[in-house]
Design a protein around this ligand. Sequence first.
Ligand SMILES: *Cc1c(COP(=O)(O)O)cnc(C)c1O
Length: 364
Amino acid sequence: MIPLVKTFLPEPQVLMPQIEEVLYSGYIAQGEVVDKFENTFQKLFQVNNCLSVNSGTSALHIALILAGVQPGDEVISTSITAEPTNVAIKQAGAKIIYADIDLKTGNIDPVSVEMLITHRTRAIMVVDYAGVPVNIPEFLKIEKQYNIPIIQDSAHALGAKYKGENLGNHFRYTCFSFQAIKHMTTIDGGMLVIKDDESYEKAKLIRWFGLDKKKDRMSNNITLQGYKYHMNNVNAQIGMVQLQFIEDILKKYIDNGIQYDAQIINGPKVEKLQYYVDTKPSYWLYTLKVKDRDNLISVLKENGVFASPLHKRNDLHTFLKSQSNTDLTNTNIFSNEMLHIPCGWWVTAQERSLIISIINDFNK
Ligand SMILES: *Cc1c(COP(=O)(O)O)cnc(C)c1O
């Protein structure tokens, strides 16, 4: 069966000596390797103020704290995402206000968001679902006009671009995940990209108990609630090795995605997504809108191809249910139709052609 997600790890001959070196170096906590990983990531993806953390969820939580989210505040979000997006909002004590999505892309709709802004809205969470960048210019306008921080959950969108530039630093906060099945894994880990220098310095304190790593323990004075969210040298070393391969790996996802875009033909049962102007997705998953979805899943399965909606719309979880009565018409349609097909580095050109012909036959 061709899987929908698959972990990429470099060959043991390449990876293991590097891990071993750090493991027995006498320093496995957060140290120089973590700094090196952050700097290398920063250079490679051309974004500033990169703060590595132990998970994408920690990155989201720190961003929410930096945005000033307090218990009882409202955070506008989307239900078409993986659960961590909205669990992090609850962790910060806020109310989740779900906006509707844009049916063309599956991403949170700026028009719907704007209608939900109140004096209690403290942050807006936007998700580049499946690797498709959100409507960046419209959300930048909203961030500016209402002075409400936008947190971009780009856990699916490493390598995606807007106007030729990588995501990160468009909004005040951008979060990436290096969890096992993302484009790039450090086993577990995440990166928070922060636009403002002052917030970046504060984030370093929040990442590590509120302690300042630049000062010795006795001259430290904790003044805020911190967490144990840092990345350690071992995970960072895995990240260093992964960064040697990430451009090739991303290219494979993107090449497959571009071929699907070009060769899958819109028809009565299957329709492709559209992308916003000047954006290039990084296709962590390839998403189709399918009428008669279960039937297509079965046909693909008979041919050895795994396809699935993968994520449960988040507002169906009791703990994550909507705390407003917003009309989510497009979310209802999209969540019933969305289907992901394999698109990653492991999908060969031959397998891709097979998938395309199955879908185009089904769609006649
Ligand atoms: C994976 C993921 C996260 C969180 O990442 P972890 O590193 O697993 O904590 C957040 N948001 C989305 C959309 C994700 O898919």
